[in-house]
Ligand binder design. Structure first.
Ligand code: HEM
Length: 279
């Protein structure tokens, strides 16, 4: 985003990786054009899409849109899923509540959309992970015309940035913001609704993430499956964000102990001994 064409090794690796991905996608497009079955995936949607004037997307546009969607959705979801789990395992008292919710709302049954909707406590934990560790810490816009905001003059051509990571730690918006407290999103407090755009891990306004609901459901499914099948605890502590990457995940190492659950989840399942709480 900032000076993306500097001759840096990481940027060269990025360009090589993109060229390789483009090659793979182009090959699939060619196969489908020559009659291979496509199914109902997003690539197929892009291949069939038409502009208002009836023009089809060029192969280059298809590749660009597909790569940007994968980029927008894959690493971000991985990171938010990881933080959801880390924070839960760091707070065993919270984890036991989640296990009880899973036992009562999903049990051994099929993970249906309805069951996922009932996982309100897990949803609050995902939101708290979004608040404390938003995967995108900086959202940017190119300023197209001069404007003023709060006494500041912002000239056309500059970059305007907003940081969800900073905004989510404002004490005037979120009470005791450095504390892990998923209940802040409960019906009594709803701290994310007190001011507009309080929780912006998925952005806001016209360009708010189109994949937010999908991502949240996906993270719910991942943790439902993992917690149902395994007893988990953290083998490492003190997890901090790694700001060296654009999508900010937990710094490594970040190791989890796991053991297959011997008995199905019950409403009183205790967490695996050894899980430690972090202040
Ligand atoms: C936890 C996972 C995710 C996070 C944290 C996340 C975060 C965001 C944020 C902050 C924005 C706004 C960017 C800006 O204002 O500059 C955004 C936009 C977007 N996201 Fe996501 N996203 C996630 C998952 C997904 C998924 C799964 C998809 C697709 C299936 C997706 C597709 C998009 C697209 C296409 C946009 C651009 C929307 C627009 O410009 O109108 N995202 N996302």
């Amino acid at each position: 985003m900032v000076n993306p064409y500097l001759p840096l090794p990481a940027f060269r690796r990025r360009d090589r990786a993109r060229a390789r991905m483009a090659e793979l996608i182009m090959r699939i497009i060619a196969e489908r054009r020559s009659g291979a079955a496509g199914g109902e995936d997003f690539l197929e949607v892009l291949m069939r899409a038409r502009y208002a004037d009836g023009r089809a997307l060029s192969d280059d546009e298809i590749v660009g849109l597909l790569i940007s969607t994968i980029f927008a959705g894959q690493h971000t979801s991985t990171v938010m899923g990881a933080w959801t789990g880390i924070l839960l395992l760091e707070h065993p008292h919270r984890l036991s509540g989640i296990l009880e919710e899973l036992a009562s709302e999903v049990g051994d049954g099929e993970i249906t959309l309805d069951a996922l909707r009932r996982l309100a406590a897990l949803e609050r934990c995902i939101k708290e992970a979004e608040r404390m560790h938003p995967p995108l810490v900086m959202l940017m816009r190119r300023i197209v015309r001069d404007f003023e905001y709060d006494g500041w003059r912002l000239p056309a051509g500059d970059l305007a940035m907003v940081s969800p990571a900073t905004a989510h730690r404002l004490p005037q918006v979120f009470a005791d913001p450095d504390r892990y407290d998923p209940d802040r999103f409960g019906p009594e407090r709803q701290e994310d609704r007190r001011v507009k755009h309080a929780l912006i891990g998925f952005g806001g306004g016209h360009h708010r993430c189109i994949g937010a609901t999908f991502a949240q459901q996906q993270i719910k499914v991942i943790w439902t499956v993992l917690l149902r099948e395994f007893e988990l605890s953290l083998a490492t502590t003190g997890h901090r964000p790694d700001y060296a990457t654009f999508v900010v995940g937990p710094r490594r190492p970040c190791i989890v102990r796991y053991r297959r659950r011997r008995s199905p989840l019950t409403a009183t399942a205790p967490p695996l001994a050894g899980a430690r709480r972090q202040s």
